[in-house]
Design a binder for this molecule. Structure first.
Ligand code: AMP
Length: 217
C-alpha cells in the first residue's frame, strides 16, 4: 500500500503521517525531513537543499525524485509519502517508477490560509526525532523538550512569517494542482484538516480502511 499525504505546509501532513506509520508499520517518508537530515550532516545534498529551503523555494525536481526513489527501492511494508510529490513532474515520475496502481490513495488535508499561518508561526520541532509541537495548541510537557525522546525543540528557520508566506505561495502555484491530478485518477480522498489531531487521524484511518499491517480491508 502506498499513500500520499497532500496539503499545504502546516496542514498536519507530518503529524498524521507519523501516526499512521506508527499504527501500521508502514514507512514514513518525509522529503523535508530527509533534506533537514542531509543539511545537519553537511552533505552536498544538504547544502543544495538548504539554499532552496531557506528561501521557501522547492528543491529541483531531479534531485528530489532521485532521493525519494532511492529510499523506496525494495520497500515491502508500504509507504506514506509526506511532502512528496510537490510538483506535477514529481507525481509523473513517481507514477512511472511505480507503474499503474502504484499509488493507492492521495489524501488532501484541507486547511484555510489563516489557520496555516497561525500553525506555522507557532511550530517547534524536535531536533532529534522531528516530532512537531505548537506553542499554544499542542505544547510539550516540559518546555523546550520533546515528549517522545527528550530531544531539544527548535523553530524551523523557514517557519518565520515571511518564509512561511512564500512557501504557501509556492504551494498554491506548484503543488495545489496535484489535487486535481489525483482526483482525475480516482485516487483522491479529501479530509477536513481544521479539527483536532485525533479526529483527523480517526477519519483518515476510516477513509483509508487501514488495517494494522498497512493493507486495506
Ligand atoms: P517540508 O518539511 O515538507 O515543509 O519541506 C521543507 C522544504 O524542503 C520545502 O520548503 C522545500 O524547500 C524542500 N522540499 C521538501 N520536499 C520537497 C519536494 N517534494 N520537492 C521540492 N522541495 C521539497
Amino acid at each position: 500500500m502506498r499513500i500520499i499525504l497532500l496539503g499545504a505546509p502546516g496542514s498536519g501532513k507530518g503529524t498524521q503521517a507519523e501516526r499512521l506509520a506508527a499504527a501500521t508499520g508502514m514507512m514514513h517518508l518525509s522529503s523535508g525531513d530527509l533534506f533537514r537530515q542531509a543539511e545537519k550532516e553537511g552533505t552536498e545534498l544538504g547544502k543544495l537543499a538548504k539554499s532552496h529551503m531557506e528561501k521557501g523555494l522547492l528543491v529541483p525536481d531531479e534531485v528530489v525524485i532521485r532521493m525519494v526513489l532511492e529510499r523506496i527501492a525494495g520497500n515491502k511494508a508500504g509507504v506514506i509519502f509526506d511532502g512528496f510529490p510537490r510538483t506535477l513532474e514529481q507525481a509523473e515520475s513517481l507514477d512511472k517508477a511505480l507503474g499503474e496502481g502504484g499509488i493507492d490513495k492521495a489524501v488532501y488535508i484541507e486547511v484555510s490560509r489563516g489557520e496555516l499561518l497561525k500553525r506555522l508561526s507557532g511550530r517547534w520541532i524536535c531536533r532529534q526525532c522531528q516530532k512537531p509541537y505548537h506553542l499554544v495548541t499542542s505544547p510539550p510537557k516540559k518546555a523546550g523538550r520533546c515528549d517522545n525522546c527528550g530531544g531539544e525543540l527548535y523553530q524551523r528557520p523557514d517557519d518565520t512569517v515571511e518564509t512561511a508566506e512564500k512557501r504557501l505561495e509556492v504551494y498554491l502555484e506548484q503543488t495545489a494542482p496535484l489535487v486535481e491530478y489525483y482526483r482525475r485518477k480516482g485516487r483522491l480522498v479529501e479530509i477536513a484538516g481544521e479539527r483536532p489531531i485525533e479526529t483527523v487521524n480517526k477519519d483518515l484511518v476510516a477513509r483509508l480502511r487501514l488495517r494494522q499491517d498497512g493493507h486495506r480491508h
